[in-house]
Design a protein around this ligand. Sequence first.
Ligand code: GLN
Length: 311
Amino acid sequence: MSNQLLDRVVAEIADEMAQRADRGEVASYIPELARVDPRRFGLVVIDADGHVAAAGDSDVPFSIQSISKVFTLTLALGKAGDRLWHRVGREPSGSAFNSIVQLEHERGIPRNPFINAGAIAVTDLILSGHQPREALGEILRFMQFLAGDSSIAIDEAVARSEQRTGFRNAALANYMKSFGVLDNPVEYTLGVYFHHCAIAMSCRQLAMAGRFLAHSGQNPSTGHNVVSSERARRINALMLTCGHYDGSGEFAYRVGLPGKSGVGGGVLAVAPGRASIAVWAPGLDAAGNSHLGRVALEALTKRMGWSIFGV
Ligand code: GLN
């Protein structure tokens, strides 16, 4: 019965989104992303029993971009534990994802692991003690393991496109390096960062990979304990407060779930105890978050009564 409700709601939302004219703007500062068709839309919800409700372009891989930061944070916490918090904070930034201003005031320590500076610092920690290729392999294999799908790959064209144009990220990394926050050569850390942002996944693969966050650190189908329940709870808290940059307050207000966006137009959202959700709509709003992705998630949480703040 509840499967039927979920299937119906997901199908309805996909139909409604297909008709919307307000689709936002596809990111163009990474030239390769500007080629994506703004009419694309995919939505996948996987509930606690493993039931998959899917609609639209649910199996089309897209560039996960900053959604990868959830998984690099998970890996870095596994590697360093609470030592990670010496190099990155846990507060919302209230500024753009690629902002540099706060870094000067805060002496090179980024506000949180989801803004670009913070994610670059997290990537640097994962890289330490490895060659860039090994670190990247570790991140990719982690994604494949979580999604149960070894076909997940990096889109090299997107990685190269960002590598050629990522001057702002290079500025952030060099600035942090000047404060001693990064341990590795800046070009190595940036290379790994650009490549993990360029991982391509479908909504189905992404929703699969996010299941451990919805279920206290464990994938309920495989029984794999990915992280402790405490760590899953904390990652979710960071997604809620920082996952949408300067749009995090609005996302919490409208959707009411922990979520992480990427400039490829994807969002991974977590309904604790209930479901892992991935949506893809490439057009972005002014804060660089998927416009229809947010609209679709707002409709989903409202119709299912899934907001963490109440029905
Ligand atoms: N790779 C992108 C960047 O560094 C990620 C940004 C994002 O998805 N918000 O600019």
